[in-house]
Design a protein around this ligand. Sequence first.
Ligand code: MLT
Length: 314
Amino acid sequence: ATEETKTKARILVSDAMSKEGLAPLLGQDHIECIQQNVKDVEDQDTYDALLVRSGTTVTPEIMDQMSNLKIIARAGVGVDNIDVDAATKRGIVVINAPDGNTISTAEHTFAMIMSLARNIPQADASIQNGEWNRKAFQGVELRGKTLGVVGFGRIGSEIAKRARGFDLSLLVYDPFLTEERAGKLGVEIGTLDEVLEKSDIITVHTPLTKDTKGMLNRDNLGKTKPGVLLINCARGGIIDEEALYEYLENGHIGGAALDVFEEEPAQNNKLVGLNQVITTPHIAASTKEAQLNVAEQVSDEVLQFLNGTPALNS
Ligand code: MLT
């Protein structure tokens, strides 16, 4: 680093982020903001802050190379791509943007539900292939069906609001949900097994932790109604992919819509090739609005953090 840059706080933005959202950081004289993947950066030890989405996995090795790092900001909700324990051990603060993409994710979940219920991607592929097959794509109505929601935080609550418009009944599993809040949102609370047994459509909205990994698995997926539709716009691995594949193959599960995968990018994932599976490449939060929100949220916080850092003024 040059003499000039040493006096400035340095921020590395390692994943693609809304430029407009980064504006609070870009216009500062005392801050230098560089947009480049951390893997391609040579002077890793000169950065004070690291901004990521889900594309960058922040390992202990990266933290050791970035020996000056004080804060890691996740422009999104899930911090599962950051080794938070390793960061804490090194005294590095980890922040996220907990609510900037809630609406986009809830809306994408509904896009997935509708696409599954009416076979929209398959019908589109067929017509593009020169066919006109009105028999192959008979769907199901949402009205009167039970939508099971596993994990009822911010996103789950927004799904509940939208579900009303479709005349869906909601059955929700969330160990932290109170009867009072459930009543306010007009949803019924159930155990995980009850949600699995009674729902026509099941969507998961938990973070990925050691407790939620494989939460829907070979043992309990068998309890679902035959023909059930599953949606995962949360994190790959909450629904065990191997078990999901088996239940789709034997016809018990009617279809799955997946935005997230155990391994991303999802290349060579055998679920992707199945006709009853529809997929998107982890884009539930990829809207103009959500990306502006999350980039703005973390920019403001990082700015505040850096302004309060004594090293900056030394
Ligand atoms: C999140 O955790 O916020 C989402 O996965 C969105 C994203 O990474 O863009």
